[in-house]
Design a protein around this ligand. Structure first.
Ligand code: AMP
Ligand code: MG
Length: 341
């Protein structure tokens, strides 16, 4: 592991860097609201007609996944299963099952730092962000009693889901957007479009590079330090990158900032600033890993990433720590350059 202590506090963000020359050829771009955020797709197509059909198919695919995986929509498959699978196995659709399986694997590998059953606690923190008050500690304790990944049972042979007790609530918010980005990219590929990227907020998945280029250029920058040395440009293709942090969703109380990411041990929002960027082959992994590493913190988080074939991470707290392979896979670090905000 190579680590660099730079003695500053920074948040990383991902930004697209323009590509004017290629845009003159066949670059198309569209944005739609899905999964509680804006989803942006860039692709290279033969013409506007092909691009339009491709955008529709990709966005429809994301909407379909949201219908299955959302915990906001009362009639989503995920929410229906929370109601029906108490103490009895209920068959799940292939996609929900895939996401739950990946979540449980990640929970087991991170000692429960990533936990897809945290819904009851997450809902209290969501409410707290609206009322601007910390969740009541007795309510938090009660909600935490209805959480725990060991109370969620999956049977891959029968593709069934079972929950140990009533009042459990699954929440795939830490992993679903990365999976949706993967799925949208696959649809584009099936339609013959290989040079594309799908960005669901901080979760991005990349297909082949733009024509004639080595990759899609992405800036990972630290807002507090715009100088070149603190900013990096990556070129990514056939890979995914996710960033988790508290920049967009948090609760500020008495000088403390509580993240929307929960430490399952305390049922509290993370209160030490941390921003994690993970590169992996697939979005489902990059997304889940970034959330998990946020909970694990720099040391345990980087140790976890080092064990994941084909993944790498950049963790920013009051210092910057890179995993040994950062920014692998399938990416080429370029000369850093400054960006203004
Ligand atoms: P992300 O932006 O991908 O890091 O996901 C954050 C979201 O994941 C939160 O808004 C919650 O819905 C969910 N979440 C929060 N804490 C955890 C956790 N410890 N494990 C799994 N999911 C979590
Ligand atoms: Mg995530």
């Amino acid at each position: 592991m190579s680590s660099k202590s730079r003695g500053f506090l920074a948040a990383a963000c991902l930004g697209f860097l323009g590509n004017a020359a290629a845009a003159d050829r066949h670059l198309f771009e569209a944005v739609e609201p899905h999964m509680g955020t804006l989803v942006r797709i860039k692709l290279y197509a033969d013409g506007a007609l092909q691009a339009k059909g491709a955008f529709r198919a990709a966005f429809d695919r994301i909407a379909q996944l949201d219908d299955a995986l959302s915990d906001y929509k009362p009639e989503s498959e995920l929410n229906r299963i929370c109601r029906t699978a108490v103490a009895r196995p209920v068959e799940a659709g292939a996609e929900l099952f895939r996401v739950l399986e990946a979540s449980q694997k990640l929970a087991a590998e991170t000692d429960g730092a990533f936990d897809v059953t945290l819904g009851p606690v997450i809902r209290l923190w969501r409410q707290a962000r609206i009322t601007n008050r910390l969740p009541d500690s007795a309510l938090l304790r009660e909600a935490a009693g209805r959480c725990g990944y060991r109370k969620l049972h999956l049977d891959p042979a029968k593709r069934t889901v079972m929950l140990d007790q009533a009042g459990m609530q699954l929440d795939a918010g830490g992993i679903a957007k990365g999976y949706a980005a993967d799925a949208a990219l696959s649809i584009l590929e099936q339609l013959g479009i290989r040079s594309a990227l799908v960005a669901a907020s901080g979760d991005l998945a990349f297909g082949d590079p733009p024509p004639g280029q080595r990759g899609w250029r992405i800036g990972v920058d630290s807002i507090d330090r715009p100088e070149a040395a603190f900013n990096r440009v990556l070129e990514l293709s056939n890979a995914a990158v996710s960033t988790s942090g508290d920049r967009e969703q948090h609760l500020d109380i008495d000088g403390a900032r509580y993240s929307h990411i929960i430490d399952p041990i305390t049922a509290m929002g993370l209160s030490s600033p941390i921003t994690v960027t993970v590169i992996a082959r697939h979005g489902i992994d990059a997304d889940g890993f970034a959330t998990a590493v946020s909970v694990l913190g720099p040391e345990r988080g980087i140790a976890f990433i080092e064990k994941q074939a084909g993944a790498s991470a950049l963790v920013v707290t009051d210092r910057v720590v890179e995993s040994a392979r950062w920014p692998a896979p399938m990416s080429h670090a370029r000369a850093p350059r400054a960006k203004s905000h």
